[in-house]
Design a protein around this ligand. Structure first.
Ligand SMILES: Cc1cc2nc3c(=O)[nH]c(=O)nc-3n(C[C@H](O)[C@H](O)[C@H](O)COP(=O)(O)O)c2cc1C
Length: 253
C-alpha cells in the first residue's frame, strides 16, 4: 500500500539546500509513496490567534481561520510520515515554519494530563502518529548548532504524539557547492530515507551524514572567501576544497 508523506519544505530560499536534502530523503523512501510537499511561506497561513475556539465544546478541533493550513491538515489526517525540513534560523525554526507548528494546536484537547515523561501534556485529537523526521541544514561548521532545534523537535513530537523517527542534519552548508565534497553525504541521506521506510533513521547514519567535510577553521575561511568574490578568492576556495577532498580520500584509504 502507498504511504502518505507530508513534507514541509521550510526554506524561503530558491534554490534551497535544505530542500535538496529533503528530496534525497524522499527518494530514499522509494517510489511507492504519495508525497505532498508544502512551502509555508508561499501559503496563506495565519498565525494561531490563541482564541481557544478549537477547545470550545461546540467547535472541538475547528479553527476559526479558514486558510491554507486546511490543505496541510487534510494531508496530516492521512499521513504516515511527517518530514519537517527546515533551515536553521537563529538556532531554531524560521518563523514561517513555527507558524505551521503552532496551528497544530487544534489537535490538542484542553484537558491537561500527566505525560509519559512525567510532566504535563494534553490528550490529542485525530489519533494520528505519523513517523516524524527532522531534516535541517545550517551555515556554521559545528553540528552542535542544531542542539536547540533537535531538542525542540523532540518536544514537539512528544506533545503531538508524532512518532519521533530520526534526524538528518547537515552543517557546513556553505561548502555544498564544492564539487563532489558532499557526494557521500547525499548517498547517506538517501539511505536515511530507506531506513525511515524500515522504521527509523539509525543513529549511525545520522552521525555519518553529520561528519564534517573539513576542519572548522578551513570551512570558516572558505565561506568568508565565498562572500569576498573575485578571482583570487575563488582560487583560494578551490584550494581549500581540493585539500578537503584529498584529506577525505586519505581517511578512507
Ligand atoms: C535568518 C537566518 C538565520 C540563520 N541562523 C543560523 C544559525 O543560527 N546557525 C547556523 O549555523 N546557520 C544559520 N543560518 C544559515 C542557514 O541555516 C543555512 O544557510 C542553511 O543551509 C540555509 O538553507 P536553505 O538553502 O535551505 O535556505 C541562518 C540564515 C539565515 C538567513
Amino acid at each position: 500500500m502507498r504511504s502518505v508523506v507530508l513534507a514541509i519544505s521550510g526554506s524561503l530560499r530558491e534554490p534551497s539546500f535544505t530542500e535538496k536534502i529533503l528530496d534525497l530523503c524522499i527518494k530514499g523512501l522509494g517510489e511507492n509513496q504519495e508525497v505532498h510537499k508544502f512551502y509555508p511561506h508561499k501559503m496563506n497561513i495565519g498565525p494561531c490567534k490563541g482564541c481557544r475556539s478549537c477547545w470550545e465544546p461546540k467547535t472541538p478541533g475547528e479553527c476559526v481561520q479558514k486558510d491554507d493550513f486546511e490543505q496541510i491538515l487534510d494531508v496530516y489526517k492521512r499521513a504516515d510520515y511527517f518530514l519537517l525540513a527546515t533551515p536553521l534560523y537563529f538556532f531554531d525554526l524560521p518563523a514561517t515554519v513555527k507558524n505551521v507548528i503552532d496551528r497544530f494546536f487544534i489537535i490538542l484537547e484542553p484537558a491537561q494530563i500527566k505525560s509519559a515523561g512525567g510532566g504535563s501534556t494534553h490528550p490529542k485529537r485525530l489519533g494520528r502518529h505519523p513517523k516524524a523526521a527532522l531534516i535541517s541544514s545550517c551555515g556554521f561548521a559545528e553540528i552542535e548548532n542544531f542542539d536547540l532545534l533537535r531538542q525542540h523537535f523532540r518536544l514537539i513530537c512528544e506533545h503531538t504524539d508524532w512518532s519521533w523517527s530520526g534526524e538528518i542534519l547537515v552543517s557546513e552548508a556553505g561548502a555544498a557547492a564544492a564539487p563532489k565534497l558532499f557526494d557521500r553525504k547525499y548517498n547517506l541521506i538517501e539511505k536515511a530515507g530507506a531506513e525511515l521506510l524500515e522504521g527509523m533513521i539509525s543513529q549511525k547514519t545520522t552521525n555519518a551524514i553529520a561528519a564534517p567535510v573539513m576542519p572548522a577553521e578551513d570551512y570558516r575561511r572558505m565561506v568568508t572567501l565565498n562572500f569576498e568574490g573575485g578571482v583570487i578568492a575563488k582560487a583560494k576556495v578551490a584550494v581549500i576544497a581540493i585539500k578537503a577532498m584529498r584529506d577525505k580520500k586519505k581517511i578512507r584509504e
